[in-house]
Each structure stands twice: as structure tokens, then as C-alpha cells.
Design a protein around this ligand. Structure first.
Ligand code: ZN
Length: 300
């Protein structure tokens, strides 16, 4: 029961409807780390792209909650990865467990990776987040976000309009999760549990940010010795996007170098804990046909 309460506190505004099933009473280390994180650096946003206007929630509110939700995803992974024999093997080889954990530690800012003496969070503060589609990659209608080096030599995350269709997990300014009219802003267990499979329904704006952080080479490249990219086949077609491609399909040898493998592993883990539900394998053409990306697999 203790753990249920801690988890509810961690997911600050999550509509916590988990049962009081017998759970470990060991302290949840994620809570402590998470609280420390709130005082740390996070990416910056430009006032031009994110004016703090009425009504709330506005896009600035959405992004600020998503910063928190990205760390939340990492926190839940770090809380379970050592003992996870059910979810992890669908995404990665067992032998890569320590490395995958180090990637999440690096994002979380408590990295002890010798090649990367700066903490992950210090590096995240170098990232600029904008809406201006500098490279025109949002125009295809299936892109949530992308990262590039930026005009001022700063790593820059561009959030496309599609990204703002994605929902929040933790508290969002101006949206009360207890009010029926505000529930549309939050991802929740009900549609996920009803669907029963790993799916795009699990995706959130925070997960989109997490995906882009993984492309920030200075942050995570040292863990596996190569950048984390979006994998293509020899014809240049994407093979590493969305739940269907990364769950038991993409070669596990490529998974450590594929951003959505981490993203969907983290999402699957988060919703498994929050909903107390074992999700079945994603179905091609159903669980990856995201209406937020034109009923296609979202790219990012
Ligand atoms: Zn990507």
C-alpha cells in the first residue's frame, strides 16, 4: 500500500485508480531522486514561441509539464529496470540492461559514466526548445518533433504542432484532473486498459521530449559508444518508430541505438505500473496508426 501512495504522489496529478494489491513496501527511490530534480536545470524555451498567454493550459504550460513527465518516465524505469523480466526483454537484449540503465541515469542527471563527467541535467539546460519549424520537417503531418544543432549552435528541439496533441501525466497548469471538462488534457488508464495492447495511446508530450533528449549525443552517446538515432533499413525506410517496430521486431542489436526503443520501453513500464495492467503486444496497423499523426506511425 505504501508503494501505491508513493506512486500516486510521484504522478502528482495522475488520476490514481490503482487497487491496493499487495506490493513491495520498500521505499521508492525514484521519489527521492525526482524531488531533487525539480530544483535542477531543464531545457529553455523562447518567449517568442511560447508566450505565457491566457487561457491556461497554453503551450508553455504543456511543455513545462512535459519536462517533468520526461523525467518521470526515466524515474519509473530506474525504479524497476533491475528486476524487470517481463517488459525489458521485448525491447532490449538482457546483456544491455546496465547500458540502458545508464542512458536513463544520464538523462536523469545522476550519471556516473566516467566519459561524461557533467551531469545529464546540466547538459539538458543547453537545449533550446522551439516551435519554429526551421528545417521544415513538421510539414509531412506525421512528425511530432525533431532535434537539430540550431542557429546559435545550441542543440535545439523543434516541437511540431502534432506534439501538442499529446497529453500530460503530471500536473498541468489550468487543467484540474478531477474536473470532467479538463480530463482531456491528461493521459489516463481508461483508454489504455480498454485497448489492452501496447499502443500509441501510451505516448505523451513528455515521451516526445524524452525521445529527443536521446538524440543529444553529448548526453548519452558515451554509454554505448555511438549515437542513439532512428534506425533505417538499407533502403532508407524507417524501422525503429512506434510501438510495433520496437516491440520484438527491430533487431535487439540495434535497439540500444534507436530512440523509440527507449521511449516505448519507458512508456510501457510507466503505464504498466500506473494502471496495474499487463499490456499485450502491439498490433500492426492498429496500435501504431496514430490519429495525431494522420493515422500513421509518428516520427520524431
Ligand atoms: Zn528521433
Amino acid at each position: 500500500m505504501t508503494r501505491v501512495i508513493l506512486l500516486c504522489l510521484l504522478a502528482v496529478s495522475f488520476i490514481c485508480n490503482v487497487s491496493s494489491a499487495p506490493l513491495s513496501t520498500s521505499p521508492n527511490p525514484a521519489v527521492t531522486v525526482h524531488n531533487a530534480l525539480l530544483k535542477r536545470a531543464e531545457p529553455g524555451t523562447g518567449d517568442d514561441d511560447f508566450p505565457d498567454t491566457e487561457p491556461h493550459p497554453n503551450k508553455l504550460d504543456q511543455v513545462e509539464t512535459a519536462f517533468n513527465d520526461a523525467f518521470e518516465l526515466a524515474a519509473y524505469v530506474l525504479n524497476s529496470i533491475d528486476d524487470d523480466i517481463d517488459i525489458f526483454p521485448h525491447y532490449f537484449n538482457g546483456g544491455d540492461r546496465a547500458g540502458v540503465k545508464n542512458v536513463f541515469l544520464a538523462i536523469f542527471g545522476t550519471t556516473s559514466i566516467p566519459e561524461n563527467p557533467s551531469t545529464g541535467n546540466d547538459l539538458l539546460a543547453n537545449i533550446h526548445v522551439q516551435r519554429k519549424d526551421t528545417e521544415g520537417q513538421c510539414k509531412n503531418g506525421r512528425t511530432l518533433a525533431y532535434m537539430h544543432d540550431g542557429e546559435i549552435k545550441k542543440p535545439t528541439i523543434v516541437l511540431c504542432d502534432n506534439a501538442f496533441k499529446k497529453k500530460a501525466v503530471t500536473a498541468l497548469k489550468g487543467a484540474d484532473p478531477q474536473k470532467d471538462e479538463d480530463k482531456k488534457w491528461y493521459a489516463s488508464c481508461e483508454p489504455l486498459t480498454k485497448n489492452g495492447h501496447v499502443s500509441y495511446l501510451m505516448n505523451t508530450l513528455g515521451a516526445t521530449l524524452l525521445h529527443e533528449y536521446l538524440h543529444f549525443d553529448g548526453l548519452v552517446q558515451s554509454v554505448f559508444g555511438a549515437p542513439i538515432i532512428d534506425q533505417d533499413n538499407p533502403k532508407g525506410e524507417p524501422i525503429g518508430y512506434g510501438p510495433v517496430q520496437v516491440y520484438d521486431k527491430l533487431s535487439k542489436d540495434l535497439a540500444p541505438f534507436n530512440a523509440d526503443s527507449y521511449t516505448y520501453y519507458a512508456l510501457h513500464n510507466l503505464w504498466h505500473v500506473l494502471c496495474q495492467k499487463d499490456f499485450a503486444a502491439p498490433r500492426a496497423g492498429i496500435d501504431d496508426a496514430d490519429p495525431d499523426c494522420g493515422k500513421q506511425v509518428c516520427s520524431s
